[in-house]
Design a protein around this ligand. Sequence first.
Ligand SMILES: Nc1ncnc2c1ncn2[C@@H]1O[C@H](COP(=O)(O)OP(=O)(O)OP(=O)(O)O)[C@@H](O)[C@H]1O
Ligand code: NI
Length: 320
Amino acid sequence: MKPILEISDLSVSFPGNDGVLSAIDNINLTIRKGETLAVIGESGSGKSILGLSIMRLLPANARITGSVLFTGTDLLSIPHSEIEAIRGSKIAWIPQNPKTSFNPSMKMWKQIAEPAVVHLGKSWTHARIQAVKQLETYSIFPPEFWAEEYPVTYSGGMLQRATIAMGTSTNPDVLIADEPTKGIDRITKKDIIEKFARLKKTGVTLMLITHDLDFATELADRIVVIYCGQIVEISDAGCFLKSPLHPYSRGLVHSLPQNGLFPIPGTAPPMHMRFSGCRFRERCADRSDQCDCDIGLNQSGDGYVRCIQCDNWDRTKKTV
Ligand SMILES: Nc1ncnc2c1ncn2[C@@H]1O[C@H](COP(=O)(O)OP(=O)(O)OP(=O)(O)O)[C@@H](O)[C@H]1O
Ligand code: NI
């Protein structure tokens, strides 16, 4: 598959009173056209910052270096007007909190229709018809009724689905969803999974930012594991649950309810620390003196892993 997004040496930091906080550190990642990629990792590891960097929607105090090529164009260096145009039509973002993503004083159909009017030059009449269809696609029945309603009348699950309807209204090439299963019940989650599975079939490139490993493995082709602002593993989603390589990934898999709910001991170090060596080593049962050295992301089979101990591991023999 051809690459659609090529992220190179991407770092984002925030200057603060405790020194500089490094939110993501030297991320290199190629996203292939049409694939579904899940980015997983615990709270504060830099998942949203990675997604927001691609969208160029970072907070004003962020410092960013590196490049993000979208079909060859560096999204980080093009003029503001160009990134606005791409953001509205070709790369869409589904924000983390559906409750705050809508304008409370605008009817729902208008909010879903707006990107197509502003970015694709569609008429409001045409865009309204499309918006109602979008509501129907995302199981908001009866769509004509809910199109005329305001966001406050929608339930949490409906709002979640409406954010996907809004994010896909311009038929983007890339869709980045930030924690689409956060704070929803099991039934709604099943429904959201089904909607993304359907989207996946349309050939859109999907980036799912999540801490929900079940959600990630259900939908993704590849899994990217982030720990303390660094990629520690890139794995084929099919073998991730059976044979995660990095000790942090293994910890995540062990902590799933179906594997006995064993939490990873300790907590992640604060992000404004000056790191040297493996960032996971304090929490790692397999650590040795070698882990004090910085280690790169090394190829392992089809994937990549950042661990000196994993170098000689055979993924085909490794089980959880
Ligand atoms: N505007 C900001 N100013 C300073 N630090 C920030 C800012 N936004 C994010 N950070 C810091 O950057 C780091 C990465 O944050 P990010 O939101 O990407 O984490 P995350 O992996 O998405 O976590 P969560 O699962 O909680 O959403 C965190 O340490 C966070 O505190
Ligand atoms: Ni986040």
